[in-house]
Ligand binder design. Structure first.
Ligand code: FAD
Ligand code: SIN
Length: 522
């Protein structure tokens, strides 16, 4: 089956949906997404969205906090752009129906998170992402120019490579003509031709054993762009959230929002010691890289598998109204936060780098844009400031829409694209090989490419990844495509890129901490 759409959007999180709404008055839009419409990292965002809507906070303070958190590696021009344009983008999603909590005075109830010097995070209870996703999906469904195909798995971006031409990463000149997608209901691979394509496929948390990300976060977009010979950046900076609920073996791990620490919760070791002041004067609200590393260190020194989050000082009513989801989960697990401390440990949470884009969200491939967690914009530098990612997605999707509309008006569909070639492949008879390789991948990344790294551990990781890559590619060549196999393949590619970038960075900075290099700055 072949389709033609002016705009193809891969992914239905905040980046994909907000982009689709902006381009939809200028042509036919198809959004494809591999699971249910709302399933995304966006849906699980708890803390909120950072933004400066009014005083006493200022754009400058938000800029400085972002730069400091990024350990000197942010692109300052991008930081200023996102912070200043972000306010209008937040107002826009409010106009589209997103609700944020207000205080008794009727003003937005702003909360604090790690690394912020002001109360500036807008939220809807502890379900901010779910609320944004709800409002955006409602608008999408009401727009006559937008089709949303769920359970469509994007396999590969279509470029000159599929027309039998040579393409190379260094020479440029690569064009995107659309994507091949597996319709999970029919089992057929369909050809989707587009004038412009937006990759908004989110993060890659599942390359680690413990992650806060839902199962969709397998780095597909980053891997697809890399395979298409596009550029990626900042891949070594993987953010571990300091406080995931400690539940061994649980996928994904349940997040205990940083906003809980913003309301006064304190991190303690098992003997009750408030250890964070030893590492940073901001204590439990220091930036994430510092807190996660401190927890990791305390756990290693003491041989503990978690630390404790003490919320006992927070007013019970306030806790219940601000954090209903967290409260419900804790009570279900037999933890009453008004009396018991919550066992927490770090979990892989966010990829700061990704597909390299410019300030208009343009990738190195013509006609191809990327936005949201899969994009490497330069905003986050070595460590993302909490609640800056939803903001980044809105700003970059908006900017992408401006250039995409121009782009679509002067681009024709490429009719010479062939359909998917499945010749020589057979149904898989050993799915267990995929599961085994996935388990191995997650072990390699968790053991050797975690919060604390070393050159020796990275070398071990790359050696093992090469074996996994070889085995998985061989399986891919002879097997009918399936989401499990494609995701494994994508995760191996993303893991490989993370390790390669980490090996190339000969210093400890931000989220990349190596025992072989004395820390410059954290
Ligand atoms: P996503 O929302 O992840 O959407 C990706 C979409 O792509 C999904 O629809 C997925 O199904 C689809 N997709 C992926 N691969 C394919 C494929 N091959 N084919 C078709 N479709 C595909 N950030 C904040 O700023 N504030 C917060 O409070 C916050 N809290 C968080 C809490 C949790 C538990 C998590 C996991 C993240 C949190 N983050 C937060 C980070 C933030 O939620 C994400 O970075 C952001 O939502 C990413 O949006 P996105 O649109 O780029 O990707
Ligand atoms: C949280 O609520 O702690 C997550 C915020 C974020 O990842 O930006």
């Amino acid at each position: 089956m072949r389709h033609e759409y002016d705009f193809l959007v891969i992914g239905s999180g905040i980046a994909g949906l907000s982009y689709a709404l902006k381009v939809a008055d200028h042509g036919k839009v198809l959004i494809i997404t591999k699971a249910e419409a709302e399933e995304s990292n966006t849906k699980y965002a708890q803390g909120g969205i950072a933004g400066v809507l009014h005083g006493p906070d200022t754009f400058e303070k938000h800029v400085q906090d972002t730069l400091e958190s990024g350990a000197g590696l942010c692109d300052e021009k991008i930081v200023r752009m996102v912070v200043t344009e972000g306010a209008d983008r937040i107002r826009e999603i409010i106009e589209w129906g997103t609700r944020f909590d207000k205080n008794k005075e009727g003003e937005y109830d702003l909360v604090m998170e790690g690394g912020h010097s002001e109360y500036r995070v807008l939220h809807y209870k502890d379900r901010t992402g779910n609320e944004i996703e709800r409002a955006l999906l409602e608008s999408i469904r009401n727009h006559p120019n937008i089709s949303l195909n769920t359970h469509y798995f994007a396999l590969d971006l279509i470029t000159q490579h599929h027309l039998g031409e040579e393409v190379s990463r260094s020479s440029g000149g690569i064009k995107c003509f659309g994507a091949y997608a597996l319709n999970l209901e029919s089992g057929n691979v369909e050809t989707i031709l587009s004038r412009v394509c937006m990759v908004a496929t989110g993060g890659a948390g599942h390359i680690y054993r413990t992650t806060t990300n839902p199962a969709i976060a397998t780095g597909d977009g980053i891997a697809m762009v890399y395979r298409a010979k596009g550029l990626v950046r900042d891949m070594e900076f993987i953010q571990f959230h300091p406080t995931a609920l400690y539940e061994p073996g649980k996928h994904p791990a349940f997040l205990i929002s940083e906003a809980v620490r913003g309301e006064g919760a304190i991190l303690r070791t098992s003997d009750g010691n408030d250890f964070m002041k030893k590492y940073d004067e901001r204590g439990s609200l220091a930036p994430r890289d510092i807190v996660a590393r401190a927890i990791d260190n305390e756990m290693k020194i003491r041989g503990d598998e978690h630390v404790l989050l003490d919320c006992i000082g927070i007013d019970t009513k306030d806790f219940a109204s601000h954090f209903p989801t967290i409260l419900e989960k804790c009570l279900k697990e037999g933890i009453d936060p008004s009396k018991d401390m919550i066992p927490v440990a770090p979990a892989a949470h966010y990829i700061c780098g990704g597909i390299a884009v410019d300030e208009w969200s343009r990738t190195s491939i013509e006609g191809l844009y990327a936005s949201g967690e899969c994009a490497g914009t330069g905003l986050h530098g070595g460590n993302r400031l909490a609640s800056n990612s939803l903001l980044e997605a809105l700003v970059f999707s908006h900017r992408a829409s401006i250039k995409s509309i121009e782009n679509a008006s002067n681009t024709e569909f490429n009719q010479s694209v062939p359909d998917w070639n499945a010749e020589g492949t057979t149904q898989p008879n050993e799915m267990i090989l995929i599961t085994q390789n996935l388990n191995e991948l997650q072990s390699v990344m968790s053991n050797y490419v975690g919060i604390v790294r070393s050159s020796q551990r990275l070398k071990r990781a790359i050696d093992r990844l090469r074996i996994l890559y070889g085995e998985t590619e061989a399986l891919y060549e002879r097997t009918v495509v399936s989401p499990a196999l494609c995701e494994l393949r994508n995760m191996i590619t993303v893991a490989y890129l993370i390790v390669k970038f980490a090996m190339a960075r000969k210093e400890s900075i931000g989220l990349h901490y190596s025992t072989d290099f004395a820390p410059q700055k954290s």
